[in-house]
Design a protein around this ligand. Structure first.
Ligand code: SF4
Length: 467
């Protein structure tokens, strides 16, 4: 059987205003995970429109399309093309799970929730000639999933081909997050077996890994055993954690010993009222600066995530947030305009209050204002968001944030990482165009590897602290 698996491009990835490198980081692991359930006799083609032109001249029997909110219209159009040719088309992913009624119009079958468990059930039904319209995952178990079909991934097209996921979901329930909608009706946080995760790591070549788990430190026992098993594997890795997990116990020290060199942290807002409104209880009452210091003392760089447009934000929120992030020495920052994704509690409450402006999902990219704001006008919000990005990544602010570390090697690492990531767009574009993006990986590994803590390091700053 000929099977085509596709990740259509997110609309923002194709916009002339956005950065191609941001969309060439990670391969579509979800599809490669599902491919592992197919027969070895199946002929599978896996295409990711972020890094290659889609070939729609082929004639597959079965088409599987992963749908996010901003690629939904593109996904539906592609589904139409293949259904016209007589292929059987399945849609799955976050957006389909949030709005199955919308997606089903464009598909022969839809998958609701995570694909493990339901995809093999679908394949069995399909081969027996009796596939159902809707498959819903209630089982939630990834303990015995087969090894991901990484052979289908075109590694050279990605900066970070060694991305890996060892859990699903997270233990928290933030109102703006897709998580509860996606995992509705069953467990919303579960992990692989530690041995299976370590085997998956072992199969990956090179040194660098990027854990795409929502919360790598979310299950203390699992994470602790994982980090213990990773010691001696000579890896450097990046991942995500919540603030409270960073502050609790000594898990973060174990992660650092295993090779954690940079962490994505959802600070989201500096306002307790906004945290309450977002049900982001895990951040409430936590000392953000203490978490930052703890990470920096371990040589772990921080990518801070922030949301603008929550109801208690005012026009000063942008400067307040950027100043805080720079003064704390965050290496990178990801800013978002609050976006009410369908299926979330935020969307429900905004819809009840008639604050949703439209359902043009292509604009739900966290860079546009799609709801009626409070405390700020839509223009102030959009302008403030754009200003926050440009201000945080000014050379002066990169240097100032770098100077906040107390070891010279961390200052240099910070400066190289933030500057390299944000200030060399033509180089990134050239590497993407020449299909050599993966050649930049050794440089990334070198920057991340340079993190040994030395008590006698000079604390002099090589960069002027710019006020
Ligand atoms: S902690 Fe992160 S992944 Fe978990 S619910 Fe909140 S935003 Fe979502």
């Amino acid at each position: 059987m000929k099977i085509k698996m596709m990740l259509p491009a997110l609309t923002e990835a194709k916009s002339p205003f956005w950065r191609p490198v941001k969309y060439s980081l990670f391969p579509p692991l979800g599809l490669a995970t599902l491919a592992a359930y197919c027969s070895t006799e199946d002929e599978i083609s896996l295409q990711d429109e972020h890094v290659e032109e889609l070939n729609t001249a082929d004639e597959p029997d079965l088409v599987i399309i992963q749908v996010y909110i901003t690629n939904a219209f593109r996904a539906y159009a592609l589904a139409g093309i293949y259904r016209k040719k007589g292929a059987y088309v399945c849609l799955g992913g976050l957006h389909v799970s949030s709005l199955p009624g919308e997606a089903i119009v464009h598909a022969d079958s839809v998958f609701i929730g995570p694909g493990e468990d339901i995809f093999p059930a679908f394949l069995k039904d399909y081969k027996n000639g009796c596939p159902a319209k809707i498959y819903t995952n209630n089982k939630r178990n990834i303990e015995d999933i087969p090894p991901i079909r990484r052979d289908l991934i075109k590694r050279h097209l990605y900066l970070v081909p060694n991305s890996i996921v060892v859990s699903r979901g997270s233990p928290h329930h933030c109102n703006f997050c897709y998580k509860d909608a996606f995992f509705e009706g069953g467990k919303s946080f579960y992990t692989q077996k530690v041995d299976a995760a370590l085997s998956e790591i072992d199969r990956l070549p090179g040194k660098h890994l990027y854990f795409l788990d929502d919360h790598l430190l979310g299950n203390q026992r699992f994470a602790s055993a994982l980090f213990e098993g990773m010691k001696g594997m000579n890896r450097v890795f990046q991942g995500a954690s919540t603030l409270d997990a960073i502050l609790r116990g000594n898990l973060i020290e174990e992660a650092a010993k295993a090779g954690l060199r940079s962490v994505f942290v959802g600070f989201e807002t500096l306002s307790p009222s906004n945290l309450l409104q977002s049900n982001k209880k895990q951040n409430l009452g936590r000392n953000y600066e203490e978490a930052v210091k703890r990470l920096h003392d371990l040589g772990i760089m921080i990518n801070g995530s922030f949301v603008f447009g929550l109801d208690c934000d005012d026009k000063d929120v942008f400067k307040r947030t950027v100043d805080w992030a720079v003064n704390c020495g965050l290496t990178t920052a990801t800013f978002h305009i609050l976006t009410p994704y369908p299926g979330t509690r935020l969307f429900q409450s905004m819809e009840q209050e008639e604050r949703i402006l439209h359902h043009n999902w292509a604009l739900y990219d966290t860079r546009q204002v799609v709801y009626k704001t409070r405390g700020l006008t839509a223009t102030q919000l959009k302008k403030g968001y754009d200003w926050a990005y440009s201000s945080f990544y000014r050379w002066g602010n990169i240097a100032k944030a770098s100077s906040r570390h107390d070891q010279i090697r961390h200052m240099i690492k910070h400066f190289a990482y933030a500057g390299g990531w944000k200030k060399f767009e033509p180089l990134w574009n050239f590497m993407i165009k020449t299909k050599g993006l993966n050649k930049m990986l050794p440089l990334l590994e070198t920057i991340l590897s340079n993190a040994k803590t030395k008590k006698n390091d000079s604390i002099a700053t090589p960069f002027p602290a710019i006020a």
